[in-house]
Ligand binder design. Structure first.
Ligand code: CMP
Length: 138
């Protein structure tokens, strides 16, 4: 079934000039861009977005990093979107990411790992609404 996922190109990927290359891979893999925005998260935004990780030891580092520079947020649509997108981006730790995946190509570390992909349909909806609830979805 056609469904949606949510992604962010993280500050490391934006800063390194990889927006174009990554969007090309996303479109090339058959995802349709439904909504997209370049923005910068405040610390408060990042704390809220990653609230599920608030008890993790890396939470502070994650919040600092994700609010450190501009990101690109987008809602994507495709058959089997959540699972297929996670295959396209590769493992969280770029050292473990498969050849050809976005993280293998562009991530620098487990924290600065280039790109986010929702882990479930439910989280895709929650995360997409965080950015785009009141915005156009094409
Ligand atoms: P993502 O899966 O997009 O969302 C949670 C993020 O936490 C994850 O990407 C990583 O960037 C980050 N993360 C996970 N584990 C670690 C870790 N051990 N140290 C730092 N950051 C981490």
């Amino acid at each position: 079934v056609t469904n949606r996922t949510f992604t962010m190109l993280k500050p490391d990927a934006v800063e390194a000039g990889h927006i174009g290359a990554i969007l090309e891979k996303i479109n090339g893999a058959g995802f349709r861009i439904v909504s997209m925005e370049m923005t910068q998260l405040s610390r408060k935004d990042a704390q809220k977005f990653y609230e599920v990780h608030s008890e993790r030891p890396f939470y502070g580092e994650l919040v600092d990093y994700m609010s450190s520079g501009p990101i690109v947020a987008a809602i994507l649509e495709k058959d089997n979107a959540v699972a297929d997108f996670r295959t396209l981006i590769g493992a969280t730790n770029p050292a473990e990411a498969a050849e050809g995946t976005i993280r293998k190509l562009y991530a620098t570390s487990i924290a600065a790992n280039a790109i986010h992909g929702s882990d479930s349909d439910e989280n895709a909806e929650i995360e997409g609404s965080f950015f785009f609830a009141k915005r156009a979805q094409y």
